[in-house]
Every structure is written in C-alpha cells, then in structure tokens.
Ligand binder design. Structure first.
Ligand SMILES: Nc1ncnc2c1ncn2[C@@H]1O[C@H](COP(=O)(O)OP(=O)(O)O)[C@@H](O)[C@H]1O
Ligand SMILES: [Mg+2]
Length: 326
C-alpha cells in the first residue's frame, strides 16, 4: 500500500527572469514563492486569489509545464523532477489539464471525435473499439448526447459551455488521478458557469479523481469543498476546509475577500461590497515581512513589515501565515 498523498508540493518556487536591458538586470518575477500543500487521493483542493498572484504559474508548475527554481513536487511519493522521459509521459497521462479559455484550448480543425480520441492515441490505446467506448462514455458523463450528433461537430459549431465540456472530457478520458482546472468557467457566460462547475464536481466524484480548482472567485469554491487555499502574492497565506474558511476566516486578507463576496439576497447598492483596498504588491520586489502588510488594517509595526510570519495551525486543519496568531 502506498500511504503517500497523491500530490505533495513542498516549498515550491517558480520565478521568471525579466529580460535584461544591456547590463541592467531588471530582476525576476517571484510568481510562486515558497508554496507547500498536499492533495490526497480523490480530494478536491481549491486555490483562490486575486488575478496576478501566481495561481496559473503554480498550476503549470505542477503539470511540469514550468520548471521551479527550487522546492519539490512529489506525485504518489515520487519526485517528478527526477522522472525519466517515459515516466514523465505517464505522469502526463495521469494528470488532466483544463485551461481557462475553452475557445483557445480546442484545435479548430478537429472534430469532437478526434479531439477526444487524440489523448488516447498519444498514450497508446491501440484498439479503436476501446477508444470509441471511452469517447462515448465520456460524452454521456458530460451530458453531451446523443453522441452521434456531437461527434462530428467542430468547436465553432458548439457553444462556449459545450466546448468547455469537451475540454473537461478530454482531461478525464485517460482516467487521470489528478485534474488541474485553471479558472475553468471565468471565460463563460454567467448563465452556464454553475452548470459547468456542477459537472466538474460530478466528474470528480464519479471518477474519484483528485482535483485542483483554481479561481479568483471565492464564491464558487463551495462546489469543491475539501480544502481551500488562499494565495496572495506568490504564497499560500491560509488553508482550511471551505466551510471553516468561510465561517471562520483568520487572515485579514481572507476576511477582506469574504467581505467582498456580493450578497445575492441583498437588493440595495451595498450588496456590491468592495474588494480589499490597496493594490496587490509587485512580485518583482515584494514588500518585506508579510506581503499583505501594506494593505492590512491589523499590521503590527516593527513585526509584520519586517519578518515573514511562520505557518501556524491555530485550529486543527486550519493553517494561517499571520503574526496575529503567533
Ligand atoms: N511566462 C511568464 N513569463 C514572465 N512572467 C510571467 C509568466 N507567466 C506569468 N508571469 C507573471 O507572474 C505573475 C503571476 O502570474 P499568474 O501565475 O498568471 O497569476 P494568476 O494566474 O494568479 O493571475 C504575474 O506577474 C505575471 O505577469
Ligand atoms: Mg491565471
């Protein structure tokens, strides 16, 4: 038996070098800067944070599309950076990726059958009957029926919601152990977002697959409730099960994010609450100490602006990186 978590991310750093101008070195973007968390088998983990905080970089590093500068990612206990070419290929088969933009994710010249069959062919499913079965089963799971009608269609003949269903289908067709969904509904019409999220949740439950759901919208994370990580300026500043996080946020930033969720029942203008005031910090020269301190109402001078807080677990299963809980 293997007791390791499905995925274990340890002190991960992914930085981008800015282009040099002559002798002048412009610095580096510290998009992911010391991130640690686990995903258990079949667990769903939401990563929430403002645009530009490093969510996509983290997602793409996990999928080995970017190389980290330091830290480690273990998949079922094995360090993925040491994978041979063959192992990397099989890692790719075991990890599905759902991108933000369904319109850009599907090749316009391939019909649905080709799109869904492609990963099966790439990963060596030789029998065409087996491929056909997998494709049909996927279409049923995604409520894209009858299959014969959908299979011959090209992406431009489908709605945005249908396209994203195909993207989800392509991500699950090899029966992966982990799916990484990066803002899977942010480009879609508001009217189909919930439907797609519910579908993604259904796929996650039926397939028993681990899911990393990335979003800037805290109000959607309740669909994927196992664990929620709050990311701020390249770091995870709080993590807890979603109900606990929403009812008992500890970090001042998380509190501000929750306050900014509009109340659907309120009719007056106050229902549009404001996002945390101030600007997200530069990732090239992040503020010293706690990265949130310039925007924080509870900043303790001489401490929060000087020293990075340590990760604490004041409540079992609820971690926070903040000096208020020291
Ligand atoms: N390929 C890249 N090269 C250089 N900088 C990048 C690259 N990708 C992202 N960044 C920078 O890293 C930071 C985090 O970006 P990203 O991970 O896309 O954030 P998010 O997904 O949370 O919006 C941003 O400042 C962005 O400009
Ligand atoms: Mg992103």
């Amino acid at each position: 038996m293997n007791d390791n978590p499905l995925l274990s991310v340890n002190n991960l750093r992914t930085w981008f070098e800015l282009r040099k101008w002559g002798f002048f070195h412009a610095g580096r973007v510290k998009a992911v800067d010391g991130v640690s968390f686990d995903v258990e088998k079949g667990e769903s983990v939401a990563i929430v944070g403002e645009s530009g905080c490093g969510k996509s970089t983290l997602a793409r590093t996990i999928l080995q599309l970017y190389q980290p500068v330091s830290g480690a990612i273990a998949f079922k206990g094995e360090n993925i950076s040491r994978f041979s070419k063959e192992k990397l290929q099989s890692y790719r088969a075991k990890t599905g990726y759902i991108q933000q933009d369904p319109y850009g994710a599907l090749a316009p010249f391939m019909n649905v059958r080709k799109i869904l069959e492609e990963p099966l062919i790439i990963h060596g499913v030789k029998k065409s009957a087996r491929r056909r079965r997998a494709v049909e089963e996927t279409l049923y799971e995604l409520n894209l029926t009858p299959p014969e009608e959908i299979l011959s269609k090209y992406p431009h003949m489908l709605s945005g919601g249908q396209q994203q269903r195909i993207v989800i289908g392509r991500a699950r067709i090899l029966e992966p152990d982990l799916i990484v969904a990066d803002e899977p509904v942010s480009m879609l019409d508001a009217s189909v977002r919930i439907e797609i999220l519910q579908l993604l949740k259904k796929v996650q439950k039926t397939d028993g697959v681990g899911l990393i759901y990335v979003t800037h919208d805290l109000s959607t994370v309740r669909y994927f409730s196992d664990k929620t990580l709050v990311m701020y300026a390249g770091r995870i500043i709080e993590q807890a099960p979603v109900k606990e996080l929403i009812s008992n946020p500890l970090h001042p930033y998380t509190k501000a994010l929750i306050n900014a969720i509009p109340d659907p029942d309120a009719v007056n203008a106050n229902s549009l609450r404001k996002v945390p005031s101030g600007e997200a910090p530069s990732l090239v020269s992040p503020p010293p100490g706690c990265r949130f301190h310039p925007r924080c109402e509870n900043c303790i001078e001489g401490l929060c602006d000087v020293k990075l807080p340590k990760d604490r677990e004041p409540i079992s299963g609820h971690k926070v990186e903040c000096w208020l809980y020291e």
